[in-house]
Structure formats: C-alpha cells, structure tokens
Write a protein that binds this ligand. Structure first.
Ligand SMILES: [Zn+2]
Length: 68
C-alpha cells in the first residue's frame, strides 16, 4: 500500500489507516502525511469508491421499503 511521500500512480479515493481520513489523490500527486500523525509513516489504503456508492444505494432502498 502507498505511504506518505510516494507518488500516486492511480487516481482514486484513499483512506489513511491511522485516522481513517479519506482523501482524493490524482495520478502523479504525492501522498501527504496525516495531519494528526506527522511523526508516523502514514499508510494510505485505496477505497473502492464505486462499491461504497453501491452500498449506500442499497441501504437507501432497504430504508424505503416497509418493515415486515
Ligand atoms: Zn492519523
């Protein structure tokens, strides 16, 4: 997984493991340090944005259906 200071090779949403903060990083941009943990090597985990979106749609659908 990419770390702070590395150059991003794939545009996407990334979440850091220490705080769970989500950022969007474009290709060629450098992964930043976590603002709360400047001393640590921040690891950024790619977030499957489409999957997150799909989950939200499914949740909304379930909420709109009447309870059995
Ligand atoms: Zn942090």
């Amino acid at each position: 997984m990419p770390q702070a200071g590395q150059v991003n090779t794939q545009f996407g949403v990334y979440k850091n493991l220490c705080c769970g903060a989500e950022i969007v990083i474009t290709k060629g941009a450098i992964f930043p340090d976590c603002p709360n943990h400047l001393q640590l090597t921040t690891i950024w985990k790619p977030v499957d944005f489409e999957m997150t979106l799909t989950k939200k749609v499914i949740q909304k659908k379930e909420e709109s259906e009447p309870a059995a």
